[in-house]
Design a protein around this ligand. Structure first.
Ligand code: C5P
Length: 221
């Protein structure tokens, strides 16, 4: 039988990252944070002086990306041997990631890397197009949303905890602009996959979101 996959797609700040990681841990499944791959590519582009408009150069860079996710109590993201964990969490990096992610050849270049995470006993995949493009045959699909206000506030608290100083008003604007870009791009736009279970996390605690996702993964298919 094919390795089971639970896809969790949705806009930024819906609580995907936290929930998806916890769901993977509880199921004992592998975990893919696909956004971190696009963020790492953005970091690589900055370091190598590749312009964020240069699709061909970005696609070549994407092919050569030596990226390792180290599973640990505090997971580490290693790009070409260096820990880039602190660099990929910023809102600037998320924005740049969403620019490079709009190029078809960049997405194509990263497809196989993402699919390679599908190993027994299962995979929880977090992103924008996990259920629509990368794992269209996934058994279990969730689309996790929340109101724009709630999402901005969550990101704000997250960044604050990491010691990153931002204004809530700027953050709200940035998040809305990034989501618009993700929803309106012609390739692999952010949208719910056919058959996805839609979960609105606006009034849910993290634990309730985790339980709702676990219920999907345990539903009979
Ligand atoms: O999820 P995260 O905020 O880390 O993603 C950063 C950006 O990477 C998103 O705004 C989106 O443009 C892009 N992305 C994507 N497809 C995915 C995951 C992320 O295009 N599967």
């Amino acid at each position: 039988d094919p390795v089971p996959v639970l896809t969790i797609d949705g806009p930024s700040g819906a609580g995907k990252g936290t929930a998806a990681r916890a769901v993977a841990a509880r199921l004992g499944w592998n975990f893919l944070d696909s956004g971190a791959i696009y963020r790492a590519l953005a970091v690589a582009a900055m370091d190598r002086g590749v312009a964020c408009e240069d699709e061909a150069a970005l696609a070549a860079l994407a092919h050569s990306l030596d990226l390792v996710f180290e599973a640990a109590a505090v997971p580490r993201t290693i790009l070409w041997g260096a820990d880039i964990g602190d660099r990929i969490v910023t809102e600037e990096c998320g924005n740049l990631a969403s620019k490079v992610a709009a190029f078809p050849r960049v997405r194509q270049a990263l497809l196989e890397k993402q699919r390679s995470f599908r190993r027994p006993p299962g995979l929880v995949a977090d992103g924008r197009d996990m259920g629509t493009v990368v794992f269209p045959d996934a058994l279990y699909k969730v689309f996790l949303t929340a109101s724009a206000e709630v999402r901005a506030l969550r990101r704000y608290k997250q960044l604050k905890e990491k010691g990153i100083d931002v204004s809530l008003a700027d953050l709200t604007e940035e998040i809305e602009a990034r989501d618009r870009r993700d929803r309106e791009r012609p390739i692999a736009p952010l949208k719910a996959a056919d058959g996805a279970v839609i979960i609105d996390s606006s009034d849910l605690s993290i634990e309730e979101v985790i339980q709702a996702c676990l219920a999907v993964a345990r539903s009979r298919r």
